[in-house]
Design a protein around this ligand. Structure first.
Ligand code: XCC
Ligand code: SF4
Length: 646
C-alpha cells in the first residue's frame, strides 16, 4: 500500500504537473510508486552509502567503519580504500557491460544484414558505413553495401575480443589524449576483456592496490565510451538512419485518448524500429478501425524513446520516473520493453490497469509480463505480433479511468554531430569562432537519469537554465534531455532565456540553446564532437572549455559514462554522490588526483546553481589557458545552496 502524499508532498517529488497528477491517482487508488518504496527503505545503509560494505565472498559480508570505532578491515584484511575501489570498479564494469552488450546486439544485426538473415533491416546510411569501414581497414572497392556490412561487422566483432591492442575508434581522440592512455596503461584493448578483467581483479585476493584497481576501471570505462557505446551509436545510425533536426513533443500529454497507445521503453532501437514499421501495416490499421480506435500512437520512454525520437520524431511520454506513472493514465494498451532501466515494478502497476507489459529480449524477462521473444531474423513478423497484441487490448480499456492530465510540450530533436556540422555550413568553424569570440563561453553535456532522491527534473532544468544564461551551449542526452524538453528549453524560442551571445548565435542558426544529442549511448556523439573540435584546434580535449554534468544520475551505466568522460579530459559534476566517501584517498584521487594524470576530475555538487558556478569558473579557466577572452573565474560567485531542500 502507498504511504500517500499531500498535494504539497507531490510538489516536493517533482517539478512536473503530469507527475503531480499521476501521484494523486496513485494516492487515490492505493498504488505504490518508486517514491513510496524509497521511503520504506529509510534509513538506507550508511556503510553502503559510503561504499565500505563488501559481500563479494563468503567470509563476509563485511563492513568497515573508517570514521568510527568499528572494524577498520574486512575478514580478509581489505581496508576502506580497497573495498571502495573494488565496489566502484564493479559499478563501472556493470555499466560498461550494459552499454557494450547493447552495442553487440546491434552489431549482430549488422552482420545479419550482411548475411541476408533478416526480414526487415537494411543499410540506411551507406556513406557512414563506408567511412567506418575505412577506419577499420576494410577494403570496400567494388563491394556491395551488403558485402561491406558483413565484412565490417566481422571486423568489429574483434573489438569485443582479445586480438586487439587498441580499440580502433579510440584513434578518433587527439594524439595527445591517446598518449595519456598509453602512458597510464588505460588504452582500451578489447571490450569484453576489460570488463572480465575488472571482475577478475576485484575477486577476493587479486588486485589490492586501490590505485591500480581504479586505473583498470578507467580502462574499462574507456572501452565503453570509445568502444561499446560508440558501436551502438554508429551502427544504429548506419542501420536506422542519421538523426536530423525535426519537431516533436514530450510529457504524458503525448498519449492520445482515442488511439491505441504503445509505449516503447528501454534502450535498444532494434525492436522499436520494427514496431514503428509494423504500426503502419494496413492490416493492423484495419484492425484498429474495427476496434473503434482512431489510430496507433507510439510514445517513447527513457532511451528507447530517445532513439526513436531522434530518428523518427516519435514523441516522448517521459523519463525514468514516469515509467510507472504513465500506466496510470489508463490509456496505455501496451508497454513494450527491451532492456535497462525498466523497473520490475511496472508489471505490478500494469496489473491495476488493462495495460500489457510485453517483454521482448530473452535476457530481460519480467514476472507478470507477456514475453514475445524477439528474433531479428523475423523482426517484422514479431513486430506485427506485438502491435496486434496492443491493438486487441484496446477493447479492454476502461474509459472512465482515462486520465491524460496535461498538454504536450513541443521540442526540437535530431542533432547528430553530422547534423550540427551541416547546420553550421559544413564545418565546425563557425562554432569554434563563436567560442573564440566569447559569444559562446563553452559547451556542457548535461546527461543522465532521474533519481527519486532528487526532486524530479529540478537538477537538470535548473542547471541547464543557469548554463545557457551564462552563454554556455548545452547538449543533452538520456533522461536529462526529456527533463529539458518538458520544460520548453529545447525550442528555438528558448534562445530568449539564454545570455546575449548564445542567444544571438542560436537565433542566427535557428537552433535551440539546448541540443538533443540522443540516448545515453549517444554520449559518444559528445566524445566525437569534442575530439573533432580538439583536432580542429590542434589541442587535447582537456584544453577545451567543455564540461559534463549528471545532476540526477542513478545507474551503473552513468558511472561508466562519468569515468570515460573524465578520462577523455572533460571535467564532470555529479549531482548525486557515488558510494566512495568511505575512502578519503579515493575521493581525493577522483576530485583532485586525476587532474595531473587525465587533465580532468570529478566534482560532486547536489545544488544545480552551485554546480553551474563550478562549471562556469572551470570554463573561464580553460578559456584563459587557451588565450581566449576570459572573465576572472574568481569573480563568479557561488550562490547559497537551497534549491534541493525546497
Ligand atoms: Fe536510464 Fe538511459 Fe539513466 Fe534514463 S538516463 S535512467 S540510464 S534511461 Ni541514461
Ligand atoms: Fe569481507 Fe574481504 Fe570477503 Fe569482502 S572480500 S566480504 S572484505 S572477507
Amino acid at each position: 500500500m502507498t504511504t500517500g502524499f499531500s498535494e504539497d508532498g507531490y510538489k516536493k517529488k517533482s517539478i512536473n504537473a503530469d507527475t503531480w497528477a499521476m501521484l494523486e491517482v496513485a494516492r487515490r487508488e492505493g498504488i505504490e510508486t518508486v517514491w513510496d518504496r524509497l521511503e520504506k527503505q529509510q534509513p538506507q545503509c550508511g556503510y553502503c552509502n559510503l561504499g565500505t560494505s563488501c559481500r563479494i565472498c563468503a567470509m563476509g559480508p563485511c563492513r568497515v567503519d573508517p570514521f568510527g570505532e568499528g572494524p577498520q578491515k574486512g575478514v580478509c584484511g581489505a581496508d576502506a580504500d580497497i573495498i571502495v575501489a573494488r565496489n566502484l570498479a564493479r559499478m563501472v564494469a556493470a555499466g560498461a557491460s550494459s552499454h557494450s552488450d547493447h552495442g553487440r546486439d546491434i552489431l549482430e544485426t549488422l552482420y545479419r544484414v550482411g548475411e541476408s538473415k533478416t526480414d526487415i533491416y537494411t543499410i540506411s546510411e551507406p556513406e557512414k558505413m563506408k567511412s567506418l569501414a575505412a577506419e577499420y581497414g576494410v577494403d570496400i572497392e567494388g563491394k556491395s553495401d551488403q558485402e561491406i556490412a558483413a565484412e565490417l561487422a566481422w571486423e568489429m566483432m574483434e573489438d569485443f575480443g582479445m586480438r586487439r591492442e587498441k580499440l580502433p575508434m579510440a584513434a578518433r581522440a587527439p594524439e595527445v589524449r591517446q598518449q595519456i592512455w598509453e602512458k597510464t596503461g588505460t588504452y582500451p584493448r578489447g571490450i569484453d576483456r576489460e570488463n572480465v578483467e575488472t571482475l577478475h581483479r576485484t575477486h577476493m585476493g587479486v588486485d589490492n592496490d586501490w590505485v591500480n584497481i581504479l586505473l583498470h576501471a578507467v580502462r574499462t570505462g574507456l572501452s565503453d565510451g570509445w568502444g561499446g557505446s560508440m558501436i551502438a551509436t554508429e551502427l544504429s545510425d548506419i542501420l536506422f538512419g542519421l538523426p536530423t533536426p525535426k519537431a516533436s513533443s514530450m510529457n504524458l500529454g503525448v498519449l492520445k485518448a482515442d488511439e491505441v497507445n504503445i509505449v516503447l521503453h528501454g534502450h535498444n532501437p532494434m525492436l522499436s524500429e520494427v514496431i514503428v514499421a509494423a504500426s503502419q501495416d494496413p492490416e493492423l490499421l484495419a484492425l484498429v478501425e474495427e476496434q473503434g480506435a482512431k489510430g496507433i500512437n507510439l510514445a517513447g520512454l527513457c532511451c528507447t524513446g530517445n532513439e526513436v525520437l531522434m530518428r523518427r520524431g516519435i514523441p516522448m511520454a517521459g523519463n525514468h520516473l514516469l515509467q510507472e506513472l504513465c500506466i496510470m493514465t489508463g490509456a496505455v494498451e501496451a508497454m513494450v520493453v527491451d532492456y535497462q532501466c525498466i523497473m520490475p515494478a511496472v508489471t505490478e502497476v500494469a496489473g491495476c490497469y488493462h495495460t500489457k507489459v510485453i517483454s521482448t529480449f530473452d535476457k530481460a524477462k519480467f514476472p507478470g509480463a507477456e514475453h514475445i521473444s524477439f528474433d531479428p531474423a523475423r523482426g517484422l513478423e514479431i513486430g506485427k505480433q506485438i502491435v496486434q497484441t496492443a491493438v486487441e487490448n484496446y477493447a479492454n480499456r476502461v474509459p472512465e479511468r482515462i486520465n491524460i492530465p496535461v498538454k504536450s510540450a513541443p521540442m526540437m530533436t535530431g542533432f547528430s554531430v553530422e547534423a550540427v556540422v551541416q547546420a553550421l555550413g559544413g564545418t565546425p568553424e563557425p562554432l569554434v569562432e563563436a567560442i573564440k569570440e566569447g559569444k559562446i563561453r563553452g559547451a556542457v553535456g548535461v546527461v543522465g537519469c532521474n533519481n527519486p532522491k532528487i526532486k524530479q527534473d529540478l537538477g537538470h532544468t535548473e542547471l541547464t537554465r543557469r548554463l545557457i544564461e551564462n552563454d554556455i551551449l548545452v547538449v543533452v542526452t538520456g533522461c536529462a534531455a526529456v527533463a529539458d524538453g518538458k520544460a520548453g528549453l529545447m525550442m528555438p524560442g528558448a534562445a530568449d532565456q539564454a545570455g546575449p551571445g548564445l542567444s544571438e548565435v542560436c537565433k542566427a542558426l535557428g537552433i535551440p540553446p539546448v541540443l538533443h544529442f540522443g540516448s545515453c549511448v549517444d554520449n559518444t556523439r559528445i566524445m566525437v564532437l569534442a575530439a573533432a573540435l580538439a583536432n580542429f584546434l590542434g589541442v587535447d580535449i582537456s584544453a577545451l572549455p567543455l564540461a559534463g554534468a549528471a545532476p540526477e544520475w542513478y545507474s551503473e551505466k552513468a558511472v561508466a559514462i562519468g569515468v570515460y568522460v573524465v578520462a577523455s579530459g572533460i571535467y564532470t559534476v555529479l549531482g548525486t554522490a557515488p558510494p566512495v566517501f568511505g575512502s578519503s584517498n579515493v575521493v581525493k584521487l577522483l576530485t583532485e588526483g586525476l587532474e595531473d594524470v587525465f587533465g580532468a576530475t570529478f566534482a560532486v555538487e547536489p545544488d544545480p546553481n552551485r554546480a553551474a558556478t563550478l562549471i562556469r569558473r572551470y570554463i573561464e579557466r580553460k578559456r584563459a589557458d587557451l588565450g581566449l577572452p576570459a572573465v576572472d573565474p574568481e569573480s563568479i560567485s557561488m550562490p547559497e545552496a537551497e534549491l534541493l531542500l525546497a
